[in-house]
Design a protein around this ligand. Structure first.
Ligand code: SAH
Ligand code: SF4
Length: 348
């Protein structure tokens, strides 16, 4: 049966047209789905009982099943583990940030990009998530914490590469944009250039974050093998032509690895690389994990400060990501969707 949460607005209207009349009923159903995010037809209390029964006989509204929620970390963040209908597991993170709340969503049940510093990459490829599976993460967390949509930020920084799941991502963004302003939604990519160019053509664009992570091609290729397919200079060119809305900036994410890409010279080189790109840097001190290479370490605070100060001196705006959820292994790059021990060890 067709899951109505997998359909864009126009697809939903066509799917319902034969079954639902008059037309205002379709708008009511759309509101229950896209604004309220209900998990069952029974909750659609302003629809006649017979209509609810006939909808339930023809369609489903299934979300992924939330099978575990971690106890909150000291900063209040919690990790949500979901089981998909085919048994795959994915994770999302709830992060209270004062007035606002951020929710970090997964876009794939794994990741084929294989960055060497990333736990999701370590566990390997997984299939694309459907719109219902992406929306379900958000709606489940939103409901559990009674978060009004206007207080939400959504970031696609969980498991997977969102721009390799482009069509489902666009449907999901369209539906989310009904309740959350696109400037409150961020899509993070490892630098899939055709995906960035396709995102540029959308009428309502989310914020773009790009994982740069190294100041030159050689090192980027070492830790992000995708660089050999989408070279760093071409990636930077795609960011220069990207239409950035007034008042917004691209976020250049940069995972800081002690002694590898965190020196004064690296900061100078990064500033030079980003010249001409309307971007700020988000420095992310590396989050260690037993599955990742042992040489990868989080820099000392003094090294992080030096790196940040050098960027600032070179005219780059920069923020440092406080690793939300680190204590419960829910920080970025630590989502795996797996509970069993790893299948293999990669590097010592
Ligand atoms: N696939 C997308 C989005 C998910 S990864 C992307 O790569 O952008 C989200 C962010 O987490 C990326 O910026 C990535 O560089 C970062 N990240 C991955 N592993 C990490 C780790 N172990 N420590 C810190 N940041 C990490
Ligand atoms: Fe995939 Fe992003 Fe992890 Fe790289 S950092 S392996 S692209 S999830």
């Amino acid at each position: 049966m067709q899951n109505l949460y997998d359909l864009s607005s126009s697809e939903l209207e066509s799917a319902l047209a034969g079954l639902v009349s008059p037309p205002f009923r379709i708008r009511q159903i759309e509101e229950w789905l896209h604004v309220r995010g209900v998990a069952s037809f029974d909750e659609m209390s302003n629809l006649p009982k017979e209509l609810r029964a006939s909808l339930a006989g023809n369609f489903t509204l299934a979300f992924p099943e939330n099978i575990e929620v971690t106890t909150p970390a000291p900063d209040g963040s919690r990790k949500y583990l979901f089981k998909l209908a085919d048994g795959n597991r994915i994770e999302a993170v709830y992060m209270p940030m004062g007035e606002r709340t951020s929710v970090c969503l997964s876009s794939q049940a794994g990741c084929a990009v294989g960055c060497t510093f990333c736990v999701t990459g370590f566990f390997g490829a997984g299939r694309n998530l459907t719109p219902a599976e992406m929306l379900g993460q958000l709606f489940t967390i939103r409901r559990e914490h009674s978060i009004p949509s206007e207080m939400l930020n959504v970031v696609f920084m969980g498991m997977g590469e969102p721009l390799l799941n482009f069509d489902h991502l666009v449907t999901t963004l369209d539906i989310m944009s009904k309740t959350i302003a696109p400037k409150r939604i961020t899509v993070s990519t490892s630098g899939i250039i055709p995906g960035i160019d396709a995102l540029a053509k959308l009428e309502h664009r989310p914020n773009l974050a790009v994982s740069i992570n190294a100041p030159d091609r050689k090192r980027r290729e070492e830790i992000m093998p995708i660089t050999s397919k989408y070279p760093l200079d071409e990636l930077i060119a795609s960011l220069k032509r990207y239409p950035v809305e007034k008042g917004r900036e691209i976020t250049a994410e940069y995972v800081l690895l002690a002694g590898y890409n965190d020196s004064h010279d690296d900061a100078v080189a990064l500033a030079r690389l980003l010249r001409g790109v309307k971007a700020k840097v988000n420095a992310i001190p590396f989050n260690p994990d037993p599955n990742l290479p042992a040489w990868m370490k989080r820099p000392q605070d003094a090294a992080i400060d030096r790196f940040v100060n050098t960027l600032v001196k070179n005219g780059v705006r920069v923020t440092v990501r406080r690793s939300k959820g680190n204590e419960i292994a829910a920080a970025c790059g630590q989502l795996r969707g797996k509970t069993e021990p790893p299948p293999r060890r990669r590097r010592a």
